[in-house]
Design a protein around this ligand. Structure first.
Ligand code: FAD
Length: 398
């Protein structure tokens, strides 16, 4: 039985495809903050490339940033579904802020809580909940993207810990990062596939850590490269050692639901903007919302958003405070990512030529939606995983 950490009440089967009152309250509190503080500055964060630190502070002060942190470490001990409703609301108003909080509300916090040493948990989790540390996850390398088994970053054992050498590419938030969950090979073996791959926590201020200048991106968030040259890290920093990548895959199933929740938020924000625009804009003597062609476009947006939300909530609900399963998470992510592109494209059409202007929000949503299918497992890779699961015996999830 899964319980909501917000109220401590059990989530019954009746709540299965819906949210509890506590989760709706959590969403409403997040929406209030996001509409008042995030929406007005969303374009500014994109254009300046600055990290939206004040937004993280607001969420931390409201006790929302610690949703994924267990209660004993100062968070609210939320489920994946709690994080999903929060990220949807943030994604609805400000993509840069959603990306800036994705790790705290998702895989970084939950992986540390699930796999970290007691020392690591006690040191990091309370500070994550308070918004005092920014924590990136560093997997992608210049020559290793979807194929994680081809990474070359390596941690070699030395007295008291490891020395790490390697490099990472396309990493979020390294301009402000305090700690990094670095995906690395362990030891000096031949290193085939993911058999010797795990994760280790590297503090930004360790000698040998270098961060490149940021690259500007379509969605506004900046991405960075990381170089690690003979960086010493103590044993206690190992999150999952050689072979631990398989454990982490479970955590990534949750992260896929979080990425999908942002896609849903973006689509919902776009639909809300289109509804308003279609009643204000008049052509042929009446609001364009009166034309059936557009009404059906709005209806199609709503249908697809509802379907994506049901899939993501199912996957997150099944994960509870543990981890969603691979099939549910992949199905939800592929559908939500692709849905958000269809919805935001329709919305831009509803705005007409004005929708192409940066001053109005339509083009923004379309750009934001493009990220979903690039990070956290591409639709191509996930479809392969879904097909594999189709041939495997698995417990019914619906
Ligand atoms: C905004 C943004 C933020 C990011 N933040 C981070 C971060 O914080 N940390 C991090 O580690 N990474 C991050 N990334 C990187 C992201 O995780 C990678 O881009 C992703 O894993 C894909 O890898 P790649 O770009 O090297 O593409 P590749 O793996 O080279 O893929 C290129 C194309 O080939 C397709 N392809 C690859 N393999 C297969 C296959 N077996 N079958 C069919 N098609 C296939 C892919 O779907 C894709 O279309 C971020 C990326 C973006 C865009």
């Amino acid at each position: 039985m899964t319980t909501s950490p917000v109220t401590g009440t059990a989530l019954s089967a009746a709540d299965r495809y819906g949210t509890t009152e506590a989760q709706r309250d959590l969403a409403a509190r997040t929406r209030a903050i996001a509409e008042e503080h995030f929406a007005p500055r969303s374009l500014e964060w994109e254009e300046t490339g600055a990290f939206p630190e004040p937004n993280l502070r607001l969420l931390a002060d409201a006790g929302i940033l610690g949703t994924a942190v267990p209660v004993e470490y100062g968070g609210s001990g939320g489920s994946w579904l709690d994080s999903a409703v929060v990220l949807e609301e943030i994604g609805r108003t400000c993509y840069v802020t959603a990306m800036a909080t994705l790790g705290e509300l998702g895989v970084q916090s939950r992986a540390i809580a699930a796999f970290g040493s007691d020392e690591l948990k006690a040191d990091l989790l309370p500070r994550i909940a308070r918004g005092e540390v920014v924590c990136s996850i560093c997997i992608t390398e210049a020559d290793s993207g979807s194929d994680v088994g081809s990474i070359v970053t390596r941690a070699v054992p030395v007295d008291g810990g490891y020395r790490i050498t390697g490099g990472k590419a396309l990493i979020s938030r390294l301009d402000v990062v305090d700690i990094m969950l670095v995906c690395t090979r362990f030891g000096t073996g031949e290193g085939r596939g993911v058999s010797d791959v795990g994760f280790i926590v590297v503090e930004r201020d360790r000698p040998g850590v270098e961060v490149s200048d940021g690259h500007q991106t379509l969605g506004g968030e900046r991405l960075f490269a990381l170089t690690l040259t003979d960086v010493f890290v103590p044993e206690r920093n190992v999150l999952v050692g050689a072979g631990g990548f398989k454990k982490m895959i479970n955590a990534f199933n949750g992260q896929r639901c979080m990425n999908a929740s942002i896609s849903i938020g973006i689509a919902q924000g776009a639909l809300d903007a289109a509804k308003a625009r279609a009643t204000e804009r008049r052509q042929f003597g009446k609001p364009i919302a009166d034309f059936q062609g557009l009404r059906w476009m709005l209806a199609d947006c709503a249908i697809e958003i509802e379907a994506a939300r049901a899939l993501v909530h199912r996957a997150a609900w099944n994960g509870g405070k543990q981890f969603p399963n691979r099939y549910d998470a992949a199905v939800a992510k592929v559908f939500a990512n692709e849905m958000s592109l269809r919805v935001t494209d329709r919305v831009l059409q509803i705005f007409g030529g004005h929708g192409f202007l940066r001053d109005l929000p339509a083009e923004r949503y379309l750009r934001w939606a493009r990220y979903g299918g690039l990070g956290g497992g591409t639709p191509q890779l996930l479809r392969d995983g879904i097909a594999t699961e189709l041939y495997r015996e698995r417990p019914a999830t619906s």
